[in-house]
Design a protein around this ligand. Structure first.
Ligand code: ARG
Ligand code: ZN
Length: 886
């Protein structure tokens, strides 16, 4: 069934206080729920409670047992007839955590019990109005076996912890803040615990705790540090303080997503908690930091102010992703200033934009395209998308750009002043920003800007430039368009968006020009681009300038501007905006790869320009190692593929590989020199920006040497692997050998790695991924790996490491009739266990119609095979049906 945004109705009852009692056991858990409900308008209306996959044992209203003929029970929930406009309800039900393979609701992971309630998991625990606008205070009583579950955790404050007469443990928790059911959590198990007491900004103490499996406790120091940094950062940059005396993070091995912001009790995929130098890469250290920040920041943006309904999901997710991006950028730039700080922040920006382009742009160009505030959905869990999260963050970032930091923070203060404790809409957030915007820009408003919440699709901006030497003016013209996107958008009228377009200009020698535009002056100006077509005339420009466009990626759009490679090369060497500079280099490489992928032989001049640019950059002493590693990398296969029409995956892989090889060969001495230089000093491991940058640049150099077949390469990689004292070096070397080495090195490396790490599940995931994505891996090898004793489809991290990695990132092998059939088969198999995860795998080829002709028929047949599967989940059905509607 399709749910529409415009059908929103408030819930007829208010439920101020909820009491929950759990008799916990993996096989079956008894849940007793009690609350008092009060009709909002004084009328007696049917009480409709959601409930799924749980057994109802007993219901009573105002103390009277209700017999089954007096209620309506089906597979969606329970409907009761209340005796009065205000009444007490008590309900006893049973669920079976052990059998819960969906990992939504109450489930078992390892020997412990965990919950995941967002978006609609609470209804798998008890019958309740499972919607975010019903907010209640929770008191929770947990009882369970004292040996299995010495820790019994829930939201808020621990009121008492006792041992019962029967020997079981009991804990009573109370969360002082009203919350929707999706923020409820409980955990029962035995853990290692790391604790730290901190002082909040107001001087009050708070207890931070990180829980993980016994034996992993030495891997939570980094998480604790990140949590403390998050608390400090939110106080300092947003003026938002921790509102609890205790804040807990618990790591779970089996978890559908990254993590969950349950009030005071964040539950995490262990991949985003556990970290130490030996077993964790630099990239994972930074992912831990980002996710810990993200969940912590939700405490205000998500929990204190939550969503009225799930169409407003980006209200909390877009804003919180923006906040975690800024947190990470501030952490990278700590202690730096001027150009160095800008370059450090640009590294984070580059990584975030790459994710947007690789994941969100394709979504916007496929059948699942939706605005950041969708108009309709069938399964809300299918809408935890790159659009809601990443594009949502871009839409917040544009408001930040339009307002500036100080005014944006004023808007945030207004938001909490108006809405603390409420469940609200995206519109209400923009209202707050708009109230400040109107004050600081009299006569203007964010009215037009709101269209970003309504329109799906990636807008295109066409650029043209004229220069008048006599008047010394340059006139820039921008045209915007946003083609129909997704299956609902065919006849959509899409009026122009308000696009903040940041721009700079260089002279023909690469020197930055100072821009003059009706009273404004500066090296970078942000244009308010609001018309379908709009022009700006800049004065004091004696010669034709070189445009530096969309600086810092000021809007989530695609820019079309035809200009000679030489101009891009100039920008790649000289642009003072580090993002635009990186972009210019990427664009140069992209042009070359796309033209050879399409079968044209690139001209010698075109090739020479790329090589010379890389040559200049590899030697540039002013670039930080992290930035250099980004600017010397080629765009990812996924980003490149997204730009082909129709999409030609195998040709892209080959063309990209060919350019890698050419750059490896043409610049061999430089890669060697860089590699040796970066191998020199070995400070004690730290994941800081400088060291991580050096390691990533060294691994990049190593990859260029191996891919080019330079004879010294394999020995360097073997040595690096053997001598590594951290996972970034070890895995970097192994991945170079596995991807570009000979079969013997590959096998030796993989065997050794398995021997060393077979007891660490997160590292074993890497071992599977590495093989899943290796160019030598075909469907048959993946099938063999699925039979490995360490493989399990039930653990989402493991399924992702092998199946998803193969289907998404091994383009040579998956784009075969055999590959497509394998994909369909795995979607069907996973769907029986975990529909939410299966639907994500189904999405890998929802854009089948954009592929080259020989791929389309087999992909369509694979989708039809999934569609025809009896008992298909609603999750996968929504994806497949939409994909086949195109
Ligand atoms: N709110 C969580 C986060 O972004 C994500 C939870 C999504 N859960 C799900 N089952 N889809 O931090
Ligand atoms: Zn989130």
């Amino acid at each position: 069934p399709t749910i529409s945004r415009h059908d929103y109705q408030p819930y007829p009852y208010q439920i101020d206080q909820v009491r929950l009692e759990f008799d916990l056991a993996a096989e079956q858990t008894l849940v007793r729920l009690a609350f008092r409900a009060r009709s909002r308008d004084g009328q007696i209306q049917p009480l409709v409670l959601d409930g799924e996959d749980i057994e109802l044992l007993e219901v009573s209203l105002d103390g009277n047992l209700v017999s089954p003929q007096d209620y309506l029970l089906n597979d969606q929930g329970l409907t009761l007839s209340p005796p009065a406009a205000e009444f007490d309800l008590v309900l006893v039900s049973r669920c079976r955590p052990q059998e819960n393979t969906m990992l939504m609701g109450l489930y078992v992971s390892g020997n412990s019990l965990f919950t995941q309630c967002e978006a609609q998991g609470f209804r798998r625990i008890t019958f309740f109005p499972d919607r975010p606008d019903v907010m209640s205070r929770y008191e929770v009583v947990l009882r369970g076996d004292a040996t299995l579950y010495p820790y019994l955790l829930s939201n808020g404050n621990l009121l008492e912890s006792t041992t019962l007469d029967d020997g079981r443990k009991q804990a009573v928790w109370e969360d002082p803040f009203p919350k929707p059911s999706y923020l409820f959590a409980l955990v029962a198990g035995d853990f290692d615990v790391r604790e730290r007491e901190i002082k909040k900004a107001n001087g009050q103490p708070a207890l931070l705790q990180v829980y993980c499996d016994r034996g992993d406790g030495d891997k939570t120091e980094w998480a604790m540090q990140c949590l403390e940094h998050s608390v400090r950062w939110d106080e300092q940059r947003f003026g938002l303080a921790l509102d609890l005396d205790r804040f807990m993070i618990v790591a779970a091995r089996d978890f559908n997503m990254g993590a969950m912001e349950n009030k005071g009790l964040n539950i995490f995929n262990s991949a985003y908690v556990l970290a130490d130098a030996e077993s964790t890469t630099d990239a994972s250290f930074h992912a831990v930091e980002a996710v810990i920040g993200h969940e912590y920041f939700h405490n205000w943006t998500g929990n204190r102010v939550t969503c009225r309904d799930w169409f407003q999901l980006s209200l909390k997710e877009g804003l919180t992703v923006f906040r975690d991006q800024e947190f990470s950028a501030d952490m990278l730039a700590q202690g730096l200033d001027g150009a160095q700080a800008a370059s450090a922040r640009a590294v984070k920006r580059i990584d975030d934009v790459s994710v947007l382009r690789a994941a969100q742009f394709p979504e916007d160009a496929g059948p699942m395209a939706h605005p950041i505030r969708p108009e309709s959905y069938q399964e809300i869990s299918n809408f935890y998308t790159a659009t809601i999260y990443e594009k949502g963050a871009e839409v917040i970032r544009m408001q930040h750009t339009l307002l500036g930091e100080d005014n944006f923070q004023a808007g945030i203060r207004e938001y909490f002043k108006r809405h603390d404790g409420q469940a609200v809409t995206c519109d209400e957030f923009v209202d707050c920003m708009d109230s400040v915007y109107r004050q600081v820009k009299p006569g203007q408003s964010l009215d037009q800007f709101r269209r970003w919440y309504q329109q799906a699709g990636t807008p295109r901006v066409q650029v043209s430039l004229t220069h008048d030497a006599a008047k010394q003016t340059a006139t820039l013209t921008l045209r915007q368009s946003n083609a129909p996107a997704g299956i609902e958008d065919k006849a959509a009228v899409k009026p122009p968006l308000h696009i903040p377009f940041a721009l700079g200009m260089l002279d023909q020698h690469g020197q930055p020009l100072s821009l003059h535009l009706d009273g404004q002056k500066g090296e970078t100006l942000v244009l308010d681009f609001t018309e379908a077509e709009q022009s700006w005339t800049f004065t004091h420009i004696p010669e034709a300038p070189v445009l530096s466009l969309l600086r810092n990626f000021s809007a989530p759009v695609k820019v079309d501007y035809y200009r000679p490679d030489a101009e891009l090369a100039l920008l790649a060497r000289h642009d003072t905006d580090p993002f635009a500079r990186w972009e210019a280099a990427q664009l140069l490489a992209t042009r070359l790869i796309l033209s050879s992928a399409s079968g044209r032989t690139p001209s010698a001049a075109q090739q020479a320009t790329v090589v010379q640019t890389w040559h200049a950059l590899v030697q540039d002493p002013a670039l930080s190692p992290a930035y250099k590693a980004r600017i010397l990398s080629l765009p990812s296969e996924r980003e490149l593929l997204e730009q082909t029409q129709p999409m030609t995956p195998r040709a892209i892989v080959q063309a990209r590989r060919q350019l890698q090889r050419e750059l490896g060969l043409a610049l061999t001495p430089y890669w060697q020199e860089l590699y040796q230089f970066l191998s020199l000093e070995q400070a004690p491991y730290s994941p800081d920006a400088l060291q991580a940058g050096q390691r990533s640049l060294r691994n990049l150099a190593l990859n260029y040497l191996l891919v080019a077949g330079v004879s010294t390469g394999p020995q360097l990689a073997r040595n690096q692997y053997d001598q590594a004292t951290n996972m970034t070096d070890r895995l970097g070397a192994l991945s170079a050998l596995v991807n570009y080495g000979d079969p013997e090195d590959r096998q030796d490396g993989l065997d050794d790695f398995f021997q060393r790490w077979q007891d660490n599940p997160l590292v074993l995931d890497r071992w599977f991924s590495l093989q899943a994505t290796a160019p030598s891996t075909q469907v048959a090898q993946v099938r063999a790996l699925m039979l490995h004793p360490a493989f399990s489809m039930r653990n989402p991290n493991r399924a992702r490491s092998l199946i998803f990695q193969f289907c998404m990132n091994n383009m040579q092998a998956i784009h075969t009739p055999e590959g497509y059939a394998f994909w369909a088969e795995q979607v069907i198999a996973l769907d029986k266990l975990n529909p939410e995860i299966s639907a994500r795998l189904a999405r890998v080829f929802d854009n089948w119609a954009r592929f080259e002709p020989q791929a389309r028929d087999p992909l369509k047949a694979a989708l039809e095979r999934i569609q025809a599967e009896p008992g298909l989940s609603g999750n996968v059905a929504e994806i497949v049906n939409k994909a086949l509607t195109l």
